[in-house]
Ligand binder design. Structure first.
Ligand SMILES: NC(=O)c1ccc[n+]([C@@H]2O[C@H](COP(=O)([O-])OP(=O)(O)OC[C@H]3O[C@@H](n4cnc5c(N)ncnc54)[C@H](OP(=O)(O)O)[C@@H]3O)[C@@H](O)[C@H]2O)c1
Length: 262
């Protein structure tokens, strides 16, 4: 018990003095990541569209002795990304800087190329690819200048393995994987780390937003057993951020143990 507490105490300090931006912090993986990074000592900037949820999360983090700042906006709107970065740099409690950006805001889309709702394709790309890439680019410029920093992009197992059940969505995550690796090659000589985290199936708000028929969806994957909760991904992100500065975990895939495919 005592030993566990000591480990916790040590771990808790590892991100002290860092300021982390987490997009998509109002739900699921982003929410769990923001809370986990705050518990590890980081000051966190929370970004998503649903301001009420961000305000509540900021209050929860502050109640635990952490430091949090909520900025509402649309991750697919480049002007909102600019506002997010400007406000972060103006946030005194965060030290007027940022060290970590978790590029997590995104959405799925159920269905194949033939059957997915193509009226949602553009919005999906605007959020998952264009907005995410713009945030990575802006953060990359800033971090190259200060010669350190971490950019963590959330991809997906379907951004590595093509699944016919979500092929269009998966293509947006293939794009993020390519952008993350291209950026990593561009900034690594400047002390900046880029990591791609590829979750398997995580139960969150994702399935509803993507439009999965929940009965069929969960029936179809029942053989996989216990699915992941967002905390499993948050813990993976926190772990890679805690590596020494010369160690860049550039990719991780985190699946439920029973997930055979994709
Ligand atoms: N769940 C999975 O099985 C799974 C697997 C692999 C990868 N992923 C990826 O993991 C990331 C997080 O998903 P999740 O599972 O945590 O789903 P979630 O619970 O639905 O959370 C998605 C988050 O993204 C935000 N978001 C979506 N569109 C946005 C926009 N246009 N502007 C600002 N924020 C936006 C949402 O906030 P607001 O609605 O408040 O804006 C929410 O906070 C996504 O990139 C997803 O593609 C999920």
């Amino acid at each position: 018990m005592t030993k566990h507490k000591e480990v916790e105490g040590k771990t808790n300090k590892l991100l002290s003095g860092k300021t982390a931006i987490v997009t998509g912090a109002s739900s699921g993986i982003g929410r769990a990541t923001a809370m986990t990074l705050a518990q590890a000592g980081a000051a966190v900037v929370l970004f998503a569209r649903r301001k009420d949820r961000l305000t509540k999360l900021a209050a929860d983090i502050q109640a635990q002795g952490g430091n949090a700042y909520a900025v509402a906006g649309d991750a697919g709107l480049l002007s909102d990304i600019d506002i997010l970065l400007e406000r972060t740099l103006g946030w005194k409690e965060g030290g007027g800087k940022y060290d970590i950006v978790v590029v997590n805001a995104g959405r799925g889309l159920a269905g194949s190329i033939l059957l997915s709702d193509n009226s949602q394709w553009q919005e999906l790309y605007q959020t998952n690819v264009i907005g995410a890439a713009y945030l990575m680019r802006q953060a990359g410029h800033y971090m190259v200048t200060k010669k350190n920093g971490d950019i963590v992009a959330i991809g997906s197992v379907v951004g590595r393995n093509i699944s016919p059940f979500s092929a269009f969505y998966g293509s947006s995550k293939f794009a993020i994987g390519a952008i993350a690796e291209g950026l990593r090659q561009e900034v690594c000589a400047h002390g900046v780390r880029v990591s791609l985290v590829m979750p398997g199936i995580v139960t969150s708000g994702f399935q509803k937003v993507a439009g999965y028929d929940e009965d069929n969806f969960y029936k179809g994957i029942a053989h996989m057993g216990k699915l992941l909760e967002p905390q499993a991904i948050a813990d993976g992100i926190c772990w890679l951020l805690m590596q020494p500065p010369h160690v860049n975990v550039s990719e991780i895939m985190i699946r439920p143990t029973g997930q055979n495919y994709p």
